[in-house]
Design a protein around this ligand. Sequence first.
Ligand code: ADP
Length: 204
Amino acid sequence: MSYFPDSQNQNLHAFAFSHRRSEQMRMNHKPAVIWMTGISASGKSTIADALDIALQEQGRITAIIDGDSVRGGLCRDLGFTDSDRDENIRRVAEVARLMLDAGLVVIVALISPSSASRHYARSIIGNEYFVEVHVDAPLETAEQRDPKGLYKKARAGLIKNFTGIDSNYDVPVFPEVHLNTQALSVAQSVAAILDWVAHNDDRT
Ligand code: ADP
């Protein structure tokens, strides 16, 4: 069942993020856009959720832009052709930049399969603020996890243009952070991103 009945896509599942904003304080932290790319079920939403909590515990003001949520609202007119995927990423990058300008640490969890469009997003956001995180899992592992049952549907031909099945995923060549989710726990993945964020604070 889709949580977004108005969307063209009936395979959207809103991730139940653990927003905890009540005790946030504005501190001298550098804003950033943490752009998590990876195939479906690689762990983007799961890690984004834990990362969000960890960043807030450091006193950072955060926001999450999740692919499925965006496709239910801001981008509900878009499908999964290459040009629609590019437009989806463009809109997300523009919104992320607005949030960046407001001083937030923005976590984007989006398959973003094309390296050209990720490059475009980086150019919209600015290299200095863009942290590309490759959330990596082999297709077989993602397919075994399949928490939303989407691979099963794609294999049955019920979903077209599904990344990894009948649509390409360009593996990031030089991401700022590479997470092998077969080897790393969610907590270890979060720690790796936090390391980068701390390092980024120190950059001028
Ligand atoms: P995505 O947002 O990339 O589509 P999800 O976070 O929705 O992926 O789903 C990933 C699934 O894989 C979840 O059910 C999660 O519990 C599971 N999982 C198993 N091991 C890991 C890991 N090491 N890191 C992240 N997710 C993992």
